[in-house]
Each structure stands twice: as C-alpha cells, then as structure tokens.
Design a binder for this molecule. Structure first.
Ligand code: FES
Length: 109
C-alpha cells in the first residue's frame, strides 16, 4: 500500500471535476498534483516561468510568499501547510492548423 507520511488532503479541481488525494508536505504542490497523476503544466520548475500557476481556493500553502494576484500560486514553489483545495486552469485550446491550400501550378518563367 502506498501511503504518504503526515499526509494532508489535497483537492484538485480540473474542468469542474474535483479530484481528492493524499499529499505530502515534503513535496511541492506541483509534485503532489503530479503524484495524483493529474495533468498540470510546468516548465522551469523553479518559480520563473509561471506555467504551473494554480488558484488556491481553500487552505494555506507555505511559503505564502508565492501567493500571486487573484489567489494564484506557483505550484512548483509552494508547499502545503495543511489541507488545501486548488484549481488547475484549463489548458489552452491547441491552435488549429490552417486548412491546406489547394495545389497551385507554379508559373514557369
Ligand atoms: S514551472 Fe515555471 S514557475 Fe513553476
């Protein structure tokens, strides 16, 4: 059985669906979300790019210095300080490839 020592309860809402699991205070919030096998974007994993932003709906994170505007936090740079509920933003809609052009004969010179 896979247990997390001194676990907190982490609720992660994605596209309106809440996922609940155990989370470790020893991991970053990003690592806890990944450990629950939930999709979340990340890039630098050092608090520099903002790709891992989530919205803190309930609970406290440590350090609170990572709290951004509108209750958002950088999950790669935050750790849980108790039970928490966060929302992962919707993934951007992938760009749609432009329709293929009909082949046009190239005029000869
Ligand atoms: S992954 Fe870049 S700020 Fe978190």
């Amino acid at each position: 059985m896979n247990t997390v020592a001194n676990a907190f309860t982490l609720t992660v809402t994605i596209d309106g669906v809440a996922h609940v699991g155990a989370a470790s205070p020893e991991r970053t919030l990003l690592e806890n979300i990944e450990a629950l096998r939930l999709p979340i974007r990340s890039a630098c994993r050092r608090g520099r790019c903002g790709a891992c932003r989530v919205t803190l709906l309930e609970g406290r994170l440590h350090p609170e210095l990572q709290l951004l505007r509108d209750g958002q936090v950088l999950s790669c740079s935050s750790r849980l300080d108790g039970d928490a509920h966060v929302e992962v933003p919707r993934r951007p809609v992938p760009a749609v490839a432009p329709p293929a052009c009909a082949a046009q004969p190239v005029p000869s010179s």
